[in-house]
Design a protein around this ligand. Structure first.
Ligand code: ATP
Length: 328
């Protein structure tokens, strides 16, 4: 069966926001317009498709946004889209306008929605990995990770200054409910003593023993970086244990929180968002449908949505080894 020609494309951002989503929206809209397509922005993720909150987008509507964090289309988590009735409503609203291609910028949850939608209806979907968590397989980069991790590094560097002034031990919590990438990268880049992530079991006794040995050596400044989804319970719990077991240490806990999601996207995030946004439209036009666009070894890489939702990017043992060796 010949694939239908895509002439009108809707673009939306879904799930958690990530810096660089605006650059991706801009790239999708302008590439589509370049090819003479009609472009539409869907507001608040899948909710906008269900509630018919959809607007035409021209070149000016994406002017002056490449440098802005957040997403001009807003984002949301849509419970109605989990239900077949919700997805049918969404389809009817796209159909009514003749929208026959969709670009979804979000994380793996958003791709699950896109995969179901494209299996149920004759609207091809392209997923762009927009998540600060970087836990998606099939791509070396996700839009937002580089900015988020640099925000974390900047904050931890500042914490180190005050930790040094007071000889304190800081337990810093960074984002990552299921993925430890922000913790791992920011921890290595700031010379953290230990990095605690959801993917590995935290050995509290070994951690206390290492800190205690460093206390004896009068290494007084220590930074522990903890991902929020760390299985022992996060920074507050880790801080409490360290305080209890090392009563002489001056322990403080700092939770970085949502500052990691905001702010102007880094150059890298703007670049990958632009490449991926451009590529999404090319895919819809050349019949590479229902894939996630990624970048692997500096080349565009297309993972079928069915596979993109199954595989998670794994943390390599090499990274974990580096942490251990460099923190002596
Ligand atoms: P982040 O990685 O930032 O959390 P995400 O895209 O993984 O982003 P989710 O909240 O998991 O965020 O998913 C976003 C939305 O995608 C959901 O609110 C829902 O509307 C849709 N979605 C997720 N999973 C499914 C599913 N199994 N079926 C249908 N829709 C889904």
């Amino acid at each position: 069966m010949a694939t239908k020609k895509v002439t009108k494309i809707g673009v939306l951002t879904s799930g958690g926001d990530a810096p660089g989503m605006n650059a991706a929206i801009r790239a999708v809209v302008r590439t589509g317009l370049y090819h003479g397509l009609e472009m539409y922005g869907v507001v608040r993720g899948y909710n906008g498709m269900i509630d018919d909150d959809i607007m035409p987008m021209d070149s000016r509507s994406v002017a002056n946004i490449i440098q802005r964090g957040g997403t001009i289309l807003k984002t949301a988590r849509s419970t109605e889209f989990f239900e077949p009735e919700g997805r049918k409503k969404a389809y009817d609203n796209l159909k009514k306008r003749g929208i026959n291609g969709l670009v979804v910028i979000g994380g793996d949850g958003s791709f699950k929605g896109a995969q179901k939608f494209s299996n149920e209806f004759d609207i091809p979907c392209i997923g762009l990995p927009g998540t600060i968590d970087k836990d998606i397989a099939g791509t070396d980069f996700t839009i937002g990770f580089d900015t988020a991790v640099n925000t974390a590094v900047e904050a931890i560097d500042k914490i180190r200054d005050t930790a040094d002034a007071h000889d304190r031990l800081f337990v810093v919590e960074v984002m990552g409910r299921d993925a430890g990438y922000i913790a791992l990268h920011s921890g290595i880049a700031t010379g953290a003593e230990n990095i605690l992530i959801p993917e590995t079991k935290t050995d509290i006794d070994a951690m206390i023993a290492a800190l205690s040995e460093k206390e004896k050596r009068k290494k007084l400044v220590n930074i522990l970086v903890v991902a929020e989804g760390e299985k022992f319970g996060g920074a507050n719990e880790i801080g409490a244990v360290v305080k209890e077991r090392l009563p002489n240490a001056d322990v403080r806990v700092c939770i970085l929180g949502h500052i990691q999601r905001g702010g102007s996207p880094s150059c890298l995030d703007r670049l990958i968002a632009s490449r991926m946004g451009y590529s999404a439209v090319e895919c819809l036009l050349n019949g590479t449908h229902n894939v996630m666009v990624g970048i692997l070894n500096n080349k565009m890489h297309y993972t079928p949505l069915d596979n993109a939702i199954k595989a998670k990017q794994k943390i390599s043992n090499e990274w974990l080894n580096i942490v251990k060796i460099l923190a002596s």
